[in-house]
Design a protein around this ligand. Sequence first.
Ligand code: MEV
Length: 359
Amino acid sequence: MITVRAPGKLFIAGEYAVVEPGNPSVLIAVDRYVRVDLTPSVGKGSIHSEQYGRQPVVWYRDSNGIVVDHDMQPVDYILSSIATVEQLVSELGVTPRFYDLTVSSELDDVSGRKFGLGSSAAVTVATIGALNEFYDLELTRLERYKLAMLATIAVSPRASGGDLAASTFGGWIAYSAPDRGHAMTLRDERGVIGALRSDWDGLSVRRLAPPSALRLMVGWTGSPASTSRLVDNLQGRRWTDEVHYADFLARSRHHVEALITALDEDDAEGVKTAIRGARRTLGALDSAAKLGIETPALARLSDTAEAIGAAAKSSGAGGGDCGVVFVDVDADVSALLREWELSDIRHLALSVHPAEGGL
Ligand code: MEV
């Protein structure tokens, strides 16, 4: 059996703007995982997971590629990963084989609610990792990220892939998304192998050092968010409000670049100032485009953190899920934790997943 785990992620800054190629963002990987176990099988493959119901999802192969008898979103990402690796394997002239995949996730709570830690991305990265071992592909980390990105764009064309990069590379990263149209053109013109070996317009990933004088805290609001709904709403809005959107992109870039500089200089105050700026920038976008990024629960989470001198903001699409807080390592956070408990905000005891390998 092959077992591969991939970590979840948190966006620290640059959300929404990052969907535009070349716009910077900062993410971390967290020490909670999606795990994929792969066992070889004969005649058909299957996908099992407690999260996706008791019935296994069965897939098979016909002349058009992978066929599935079940339609569920996380499964879409797994199947897209399988299909993308299938194309790679056929380009390499390797005979495709069947396998059963069993998925288990720590990125949901016991009742099955998602924390918003990037479970679709983590399952994609873990599936690609398992298939890389199964077929002895010896792909580099960057190639695995690109393969995961090709699989993801096929399901969700606007996804920035920041979550895939965090899950693939671990630790703290500065990330700018590739031009997805360019990536798909490369795939169509040069095949999957050619696309993996080419430079992708806009893509940039750089390792960042964590701030030594700040502690990261994560609060979970308990309400799930729909990233695709929020991103679609914003993209729909964009064409009717170019000026606001351009202003948002410029302000987001300013705060994310300030955050990256502060991290490079291990400047705790600079990090907090940049996080507060990023919160205000998302707030301005939120009121202009009426998206509902900062829900009342997320506002409470951040306001109570700011009241003790910390910097805080929603993470990812907002609309629920988690908020991130940066507080001085020696600060007393007991009052904050009490406030959170009174407001039904759960403190998630997460640490940053260690950085993995070079970039
Ligand atoms: C969602 O976690 C973050 C967004 O920027 C979308 C994306 O990056 O694909 C809103």
